[in-house]
Design a protein around this ligand. Structure first.
Ligand SMILES: CCCCCCCCCCCCC/C=C/C(=O)SCCNC(=O)CCNC(=O)[C@H](O)C(C)(C)COP(=O)(O)OP(=O)(O)OC[C@H]1O[C@@H](n2cnc3c(N)ncnc32)[C@H](O)[C@@H]1OP(=O)(O)O
Length: 734
């Protein structure tokens, strides 16, 4: 951790060194401060360039040290602002040479410089808010002065990252280069030696403000509350920017510091920051995958994928084709029906056109001048050229097995065979091939070209190379791959099961869909269970329940209406489906919609009457349920299933489950994920509640507390980072 100095003529080049991302720890900042002081007093130096080692300017303050900062939070931001202020006040021009990333405190440092030169591929952003804090080293005071109030408000409150070409348009940087950035910055420096610096110091620059500022701030706070479900740091950003507008620079800096400090004085804000920082590291942790047999990310190298094939061009297949093409992978898109193929081609082309437009708006056209080529074909034999095949036909075991049998004989012997399924048995599919070690599950989430999560389902025979290749592919696609074990519904959907059942039982007992959804949405979930079910389509679950004989023609005669094999069962969603209410796709479900396919869920008096009549017919007494009861009744069984998943070694650690929920199920990041949330609530409380629920409802087996939960409570509820060591994994210390 150091900063060093070299000179090139009259230009001193200060290099930040703190691998891998040049994070600004207290030590690194002290070192920059020291070298910066030295060059100020060196008469041979006429200009200063600041850059980062290994093609990265800086990823900002060192997040790893936050845990220990505690009440001293002030000190790091204080220090960092000292450097920024020293650079800004320098009588010699200071130029930031930005390669790779300038994020958070890294960009704040660049804002203290008089000029900024960036490589065309560099990414810039004040991302602190996404870690539950906000730019506390002058960023909230300097950025609005540089690029104007509205763009600064957007960047700071959302943590938005922009690429250099967009940064240039915003006025955030002064020059973009496609060549060596440090050389370009030195050249730039030589040209500005001796030029007046006063107008380059952001601390003296007035902010251009529109007349209706108060309305802008208030509207922004309302919008952020909705968008980030009440996360506090976003609101604090607005207050800090308000200070930039209302106060002189020096007072604004003090206000910024006071607001940053307020995070430590509020338990809720502190917990949210901890949760977000945990979520950040959890996403890095899951890339270091491990399996119960001891295989892990170090035991195999991934194979590069040049040509990938997708079978089936339904909604999922189309999305998968798009993300492969966007990653510049050559794609073979196969359908068995000419009409479907044509529809698929049109849909993919349309999505790619939209993506091109978005990329141009984000200044990415320079970098991605082409997508990977796509061949649309009815010819299965063309699959012989693929390094990896993703089968994405509908969920039908017989059909999938038939396809895998064909793949086994058509594809190259070393080709990887993936099945996109949300819950079918990978081993059964692999068993029909002559290469089960190359077969793996890839559970994409819809829309596949947008959702970041990929559940990578290892089968019994999946080799470490196969896992490694698919995890690497997920990174190439810009996704987060999480390795999970093979069981019905895998991790995410399996945990959803008890949650959705509990929500439906609430309707039997007296609640209404909108009431339950409101509680869970206020908690922070992107969608409550009923709005989500309407979006997914109620018919999906109905078909699967009919298939397994829980309802429909296969249901054994004499079955009780509200019981299956001695367990509580609610026929409510089946009845809705029998009435043609499939959700958004039919314009009616748990809610009503303005049109078929409409998105605006409106409470439906029909549903209310229906529930009323149902309760009467089954002589169910309506029970009043508090908001807290709704929350615990729905979330604790989901968490309990998470513990079961860990105990059965289906997920390798709590971070895996939390990453799945944060990225695939709309769990609020400022709540960390269900397992992190359980650790914050306290495991004894979760266990006690589950015990009471189960005692009162012995016919709901998912309420039975998990053995792992009981074990952890018995051990005094160790912190979450120690749970992994309680699992059977051979490599749990990774
Ligand atoms: C409880 C409350 C606590 C509050 C504490 C408050 C403290 C107040 C201090 C105030 C300081 C002033 C204000 C400034 C604040 C900040 O700057 S906060 C940091 C803002 N920066 C970011 O948000 C960037 C985060 N990093 C990234 O987005 C990515 O890592 C990347 C830089 C874009 C690189 O991506 P990629 O190439 O995909 O590599 P990764 O695998 O993600 O990362 C490589 C390793 O680097 C580690 N790492 C990344 N960033 C940081 C960082 N800022 N600090 C420490 N470590 C970082 C990352 O974890 C990886 O390491 P491993 O996990 O070991 O693999």
């Amino acid at each position: 951790m150091s900063a060093s100095k070299e000179t090139e003529g009259a230009v001193a080049v200060i290099t930040i060194r703190n691998p891998p991302v040049n994070a600004l720890s207290q030590q690194a900042v002290e070192s920059i401060l020291k070298v910066l002081k030295e060059v100020q007093f060196d008469p041979a130096v006429k200009a200063i360039v600041i850059c980062g080692e290994n093609g990265k300017f800086s990823a900002g303050a060192d997040i790893r040290t936050f845990e220990n900062i505690g009440q001293k939070s002030d000190s790091l931001s204080h220090f960092l602002e000292d450097v920024n202020s020293m650079a800004e006040k320098s009588e010699k021009p200071v130029i930031a040479a930005i390669e790779g990333v300038a994020l958070g405190g890294g960009l704040e440092l660049a804002l203290g410089c008089h000029y900024r030169v960036a490589h065309v591929k560099a990414r810039l952003g004040l991302t602190e808010v996404l870690l539950g804090i906000f730019p506390g080293a002058g960023g909230t005071q300097r950025l609005p002065r540089l690029i104007g109030l509205l763009p600064a408000l957007e960047m700071i409150t959302t943590g938005k990252i922009v690429f250099a070409p967009v940064a240039l348009k915003l006025g955030l940087i002064d020059s973009v280069t496609e060549d060596n950035t440090i050389k370009a910055a030195i050249h730039f420096a030589q040209n500005v030696i001796g030029k007046p610096l006063e107008s380059r110091r952001l601390c003296t620059k007035p902010i251009q403000c529109p007349p209706n500022m108060e309305t802008i701030f208030n509207d922004s706070k309302i919008k952020l509350k909705k968008l980030f479900h009440g996360a506090i740091s976003h609101q604090l950003c607005v207050e800090a920017i308000r200070a930039a507008v209302q106060l002189p620079f020096a007072e604004g800096i003090l206000k910024e510091r006071e607001l940053l400090f307020s995070i430590f004085n509020s338990e809720q804000a502190r917990d949210q920051a901890k949760a977000r920082q945990y979520a950040f590291f959890a996403e890095r942790r899951v890339t270091k995958w491990t399996t119960p047999s001891g295989a892990n990310w170090k035991s195999a190298s991934p194979h590069p994928i040049g040509v990938a094939a997708v079978i089936g061009l339904g909604t999922m297949g189309r999305g998968i084709v798009v993300c492969l093409a966007k990653a510049q992978i050559q794609v073979i898109a196969v359908e068995q029906d000419g009409k479907q193929l044509e529809m698929g081609r049109k849909a993919v082309t349309k999505i790619l056109e939209r993506e091109t437009l978005t990329m141009q708006q984000r200044g990415l056209a320079l970098m991605s001048d082409s997508f990977g080529s796509i061949t649309f074909t009815l010819d299965f034999n063309s699959l012989k050229n693929a390094d990896l095949v993703i089968e994405a036909v509908y969920e039908n075991m017989a059909l999938k097995k038939e396809i895998f049998k064909q793949l086994s004989s058509i594809c190259m012997p070393e080709a990887f065979l993936c099945t996109n399924t949300s819950g079918l048995n990978i081993d059964e599919i692999a068993s029909v091939t002559g290469r089960p070690h190359l077969v793996i599950g890839t559970h994409f989430f819809s829309p596949a070209h947008i959702m970041k999560l990929l559940e990578v389902v290892r089968g019994y025979h999946s080799s470490p190379t196969t896992i490694s290749t698919v995890i690497n592919l997920s990174k190439v696609l810009g996704k987060i791959g999480v390795v999970v074990g093979n069981c019905p519904s895998f991790v995410g959907n399996r945990m959803m099961g008890p949650y959705l059942h509990q929500a439906i039982f609430l309707l039997e007992d007296g609640c209404y869909p909108e009431e339950v959804d409101k509680v869970l949405e206020e908690f922070g979930l992107a969608m409550g269970p009923f709005r989500m079910s309407d979006l997914v389509g109620l018919d999906v679950g109905w078909r699967s329940r009919m298939e397994s004989g829980l309802t429909g023609p296969k249901l054994l005669p004499g079955a009780l209406v509200r019981q299956r094999e001695g367990k509580r069962y609610s026929p409510l969603p089946d009845i809705l489906c029998e009435k043609g209410r499939f959700g958004q796709k039919t314009g009616r479900g748990w809610y009503q919609y303005e049109t078929v396919g409409g998105r605006n869920a409106v409470p439906d008096p029909w549903v209310q009457n229906f529930l009323h009549d149902y309760r009467k017919a089954h002589t169910i007494k309506q029970k009043p349920t508090s908001q807290n009861e709704i929350l615990e009744w729905c979330l604790y069984p989901l968490i309990n299933e998470g513990f079961n998943v860990l105990e059965e070694e289906i997920a390798s650690g709590p971070e895996d489950i939390d990453v799945i929920y944060n990225n695939g199920y709309g769990w609020p990041r400022h709540m960390g994920g269900p397992m992190f949330y359980a650790s914050m609530v306290g495991l004894p409380k979760v266990l006690t509640k589950l015990e009471v629920f189960y005692e009162n409802n012995p016919d709901i087996p998912s309420l039975k507390p998990s053995g792992l939960l009981k074990k952890l409570v018995k051990q005094g509820s160790p912190p979450l980072k120690e749970w992994r060591s309680q699992l059977g994994y051979q490599n749990s210390k990774l």
